[in-house]
Design a protein around this ligand. Structure first.
Ligand code: GN1
Ligand code: MG
Length: 360
């Protein structure tokens, strides 16, 4: 705790840092809710230790985020800036982040008061709101000036590379777990054509590269406690060039079924069409004006691809010994892989109806 308070004090916070406690359910960084006392008032911030095993170039990472957040902030009335976009605070030396004496990287932003997050949305209103927030996000970043955003994780959504990596992990079988998950691995490898199709649409130029979020899991949206409105998109680490189908696909993955990403009971995991309608309407109300017909058609491919690419990544991590995603029990990544494959199969069964919704 003292280490955290000392770190926080090296940023331009208002007041004296007095408390830091763990916040949220991210799989990669260490995140804390920080309280600073200023006279009788309390200020709240989010302090994060960046995972530099995953984000190897923190300068590029924070430069991207700085460009994105200042661009979004310029479109908001000043009073809304700390509520509707992430607002980062510089270090006392003027840096976008702090590298401490042990080489750890830290960053700090304002905490959005009166907000909440969900792992599994309960209502179609929340789902519509969340999808809408990501559609708006895409639109708001369409006029970002300057050079392309840096690729903070190269080939992040390159499904072809992801399944090649899975194949390598199977061959190496570093921790002897391949025998535990043969059917899962086969199901993924038999559907690799989905990754190839997406790659082809991108490589032929059918789908334009835009500034996409690339991690549109529903817990990366803040909702207003009073109104349930989605007010702020968070977790901007992977905002970089991508295709709209990625952002749509990860929204479908995390909201179309009323289930947890890591539940062990697979029986309740299935597409619910009323949820899908809310996602489609929300995303298209936000972004439609700028999407081409082919992009709208590609959204269905994104919906199929995302459970599959996440199944691939969770299974690869399981076979490589769980070094990437934080795990809280043995077999956690395999459980995650299984939920994703169950969802994938349900999406394949419902593909026609889902495409019809998008067609409307
Ligand atoms: C990671 O850290 P978190 O939970 O926001 C991952 C996403 C996955 C997600 C799965 C940079 O995001 O790609 O979809 O876990 N982020 C990165 O829950 O790998
Ligand atoms: Mg997150």
């Amino acid at each position: 705790m003292n280490e955290l308070l000392g770190i926080a004090q090296r940023f331009m916070i208002d007041g004296q840092a007095v408390e830091a406690k763990p916040l949220g359910n991210g799989h990669l960084h260490k995140t804390y809710l920080l309280t600073a006392k200023q006279g009788s008032a309390q200020n709240h911030y989010v302090l994060q230790e960046v995972n530099t095993l995953v984000f190897k170039d923190p300068d590029a990472l924070m430069e991207n985020i700085h460009r994105v957040t200042t661009h979004l902030a310029a479109k908001l009335p000043p009073a809304e800036v700390r509520r509707r976009t992430m607002a980062f605070i510089r270090t006392r030396d003027g840096g976008l982040y702090l590298k401490d004496e042990q080489g750890k990287c830290w960053r700090l932003c304002w905490y959005v008061q009166g907000s909440y997050t969900v792992e599994v949305p309960k209502t179609t209103r929340q789902i519509y709101q969340s999808a809408r927030a990501f559609g708006d996000f895409l639109k708001n970043l369409a006029d970002l000036d300057g050079p392309p955003l840096k690729e903070t994780i190269p080939d992040f959504h390159n499904g072809v590379k992801r399944y090649q990596r899975l194949t390598e992990a199977i061959q190496k079988d570093k921790v002897g777990r391949v025998k535990e998950a043969r059917p899962e691995a086969d199901l993924i490898l038999n559907n690799a054509n989905i990754f190839e199709k997406m790659a082809e649409w991108i490589w032929t130029g059918a789908l334009p590269l835009r500034n996409t979020h690339n991690d549109t899991k529903v817990n990366n949206v803040l909702f207003d406690k009073a109104t349930d409105e989605a007010i702020c998109v968070i977790d901007l680490d992977t905002v970089m060039p991508g295709v709209a189908a990625y952002d749509f696909g990860d929204q479908v993955r995390t909201t179309v079924s009323e289930s947890e990403e890591d539940q062990t009971d697979l029986s309740g995991i299935a597409v619910q069409m009323d949820r899908f309608e809310a996602i489609a309407k929300g995303y298209l109300d936000g972004a439609a004006g700028m999407l081409t017909d082919i992009e709208i058609e590609s959204l269905m491919l994104g919906a199929k691809m995302f459970p599959l690419i996440m199944a691939t990544r969770f299974l690869t991590d399981f076979f490589e010994g769980d070094w990437y995603f934080s795990t809280h029990r043995p077999g956690h990544n395999l459980d995650r892989c299984r939920t994703q494959l169950t969802l994938f199969e349900s999406i394949c069964r419902n593909e026609k109806q889902m495409a019809a919704v998008l067609g409307k």
